[in-house]
Ligand binder design. Structure first.
Ligand code: PMP
Length: 300
């Protein structure tokens, strides 16, 4: 993630990652009381580096902090500016960017009067690789939305993600699919899920999942490609009978699923609309959308 020359933005200054310190008595370290974002930048077709949907990500960072009653004093504009500087200082084009808001020393559960912010960036391949995934339904469910604010991207929520992902890998799968408290399909440990059936896309409704920015982008792509997307309560059993399925997230991008619980999907990935969406997403993030859509729709 970093070496002796890596620069991060840390509490208002650009400093070497190796020299940056956090307080060991931070309430975030002990209780998972932090919020963060996962953002990507891409080297675009015109040669410039562009952060994908930075406004949406920094707005969600603020909303996550507010959901946890964490003081938040940063503007979207200043965070975009410092993030571009972190990318430039580290000579990064295609990068993964990790802003983290954390709490001061506090061993109680009381409110804090301030928060700290750090922004790190590094080069990262697609989080779940680039091959079709073998997925298992996790024995871990997503947290009860009455016990956690599931719209917040909070550090502590990710203990659940880590447990599910580790379980899947220990059982020889690539990744987990978690159900929600009612037993419906919810999401992956760090990505949303869609499935395809008879030319339409289906995805779990909001409420028990993180409202993914990539999920919203998939809706936009479907709008342009005239693909119908239906949000509903999805059972794992109906997903077994799908033509195809994919996970999507900033880190994972759009990645196809080969099977769930060893039930392989009916269609060849290369013949699915899910594959068209994967291509359209790749082209959108490098701002080559027009070419991609023309190709997909078969027009000059
Ligand atoms: N669900 C979870 C639990 C996640 O951690 C992520 C990654 N942030 C997503 C969904 C996808 O969100 P996004 O598309 O905004 O990255």
């Amino acid at each position: 993630y970093y070496n002796e020359n890596t620069i991060i933005y840390h509490n208002g200054a650009f400093v070497k990652a190796a020299d940056a310190k956090i307080d060991l008595y931070s309430q975030s370290l002990h209780y998972g009381y932090s919020v963060f974002e996962g953002i990507r930048s891409y080297k675009t077709v015109d040669g410039s580096t562009k952060i994908f949907k930075p406004v949406e990500h920094f707005q969600r960072l603020q909303a996550s902090a507010e959901a946890l009653n964490m003081p938040y004093k940063w503007t979207v504009e200043e965070l975009i500016e410092v993030t571009y500087k972190v990318l430039a200082d580290n000579n990064l084009g295609d990068a993964y960017i990790r802003p983290l808001v954390y709490a001061p020393a506090n061993m109680s559960f009381n409110l804090n009067t301030e928060s700290y912010l750090t922004i790190q960036a590094w080069q990262m391949a697609p989080f779940l690789g680039d091959k079709l995934l073998r997925v298992m339904t996790s024995s871990f469910q997503r947290p009860n939305p009455k016990g956690f604010t599931m719209t917040a991207k909070a550090g502590g929520h990710y203990v659940n993600s880590i447990m599910a992902s580790q379980e899947a890998k220990a059982k020889g799968f690539d990744e987990a699919l978690l159900t929600d408290i009612e037993g419906f399909a919810a999401e992956a440990p760090g990505a949303n899920v869609f499935y395809e059936k008879d030319g339409k896309l289906f995805t779990p409704s909001l409420g028990n999942i993180l409202p993914g920015i990539t999920r919203a982008t998939v809706f936009e792509i479907c709008g342009e490609l005239n693909i119908e997307v239906i949000e509903k309560k999805c059972t794992v059993a109906e997903m077994y009978g799908a033509d195809a399925a994919f996970f999507c997230g900033t880190a994972a991008e759009v990645i196809g699923i080969e099977s769930i619980d060893n039930n392989a999907f009916a269609k060849d990935w290369n013949e699915t609309i899910s594959r068209d969406i994967q291509l359209a997403y790749k082209n959108l993030v490098i701002e080559n959308k027009k070419v991609a859509l023309n190709e997909l729709l078969g027009v000059e």
